[in-house]
Design a protein around this ligand. Sequence first.
Ligand code: GLN
Length: 476
Amino acid sequence: MSQWPSIKDLASDVNSGRVSASEQVEKALKTIEEKKEFNAIIATLADRARQRAKTIDDRIKAGENVGRLAGVPFIAKDNFLTFGAETTAASNILKGFEAPYQATAIERLEAEGAICVAKANLDAFAHGSSTENSDFFTTLNPHDKSKVPGGSSGGSTASVVLDMAPFALGTDTGGSIRLPASFCGAVGYKPTYGLVSRSGVVAMASSTDVIGPLTRTVADSALVLDIMAGTDELDSTSIVKDKLGYELSPTEAHLKGQKIGMISEYMSEGLEPEVKDSINMAIEALKQAGAEIVDVSLPSLPLALAVYYVICPAEVSSNLSRYDGQRYGFSQQDTTNLDDIYKQTRSIGFGNEAKRRIMIGTYVLSSGFYDAYYKKAQIVRTKLVKEFEDAFKKVDFLIGPTAPTTAFGVGENTADPLKMYLTDIMTVAVNLVGVPAISVPCPVSDNMPIGLQLIAAQHQDRKLLEIAQLAESILK
Ligand code: GLN
């Protein structure tokens, strides 16, 4: 049982004066302290959070309605620019960096009364699937400390499952919201590309990066998304939100007549038997509830991982070029030669995974190999887009597992980057194509959590959240 009611109820309790924002912040900070050993948190924003809570409580005493998130504490992945603590993206190279402005997503949540209480751990620069690539420490899975929480939003996800706050923010470039949601037993939402402004979020791969919530329920995700979504002049890739918004009322949607395509490529090879059984049981339950389930094949899907690990490092190598010891955070200044400052700062400041991606990225973009790798990858990406579009002409949603396995052991995959990259096999295609997807917990006996992934066509976020809410109630 969580110590937090639904986000909607909590905000309403704060607005009506039944409980105070200050109490909520203290509750969050106390839980963060009590559960320190899971390494979910890099820093708290305690002073700023307490001040904000006091201002909110004063406004409420003066009769104001503070907004749809009045007094609701939340935790942001440490690649979101926030006031009140450093923003490090869990990388040594950003140590000492204090944000001059806040991410649009944070500003929008705060404008509705939410209070950011802490910054969560991640794989440095969000490169990873386990949080083991954090330059600081590895977050532990809330269900079993010998296992990873998934990544890269492992700290954010663990913090929600550990009940430190009602919700957390993550980023998903190739699965980093959905994968930890699956490994930790949370709801993780990856919106349509562009739906949430990325202004003020440390860039990883700009053509696939999105921001989304990690929550305990689909309704909580929908509410948080509704507040963050929509165009922003600070992010030219941002898009308009659905006229109806995303906040779900007790839903009138139903499963009867909904056509759901089970992705054959995901259900075949490499699935742990336990995951396969659990997903099959979930699909059977949806069928019983009236959904029509059909098999759908997306023939280029087996290539998605290779495509992603060409395009993503290419964009990473470009985005990381700005960390040169001149503008942000750490700088190695024991020489006056500028080139040496660049070299030393980057050699010391970046961890192994960032360096690996910079090398792969510059290689696939170099004049001799551009056609062989980068261009080919983009061609297959376009093919994937087409295959998803065709699939959504036949079905309303696609369904499959979020990951082929349950959470793996800490240290189990660190020596083998290729094995680690395979963890993303069922999440990356969605990012390459820009469609929305959600991971909701599947029933498991008493073992580690398993996530069911539901995917919709671009801009169908509202429909996706509705069906996910239905699935959540059926699978409880
Ligand atoms: N695990 C994937 C990677 O390492 C995805 C990361 C992400 O979504 N931020 O690239």
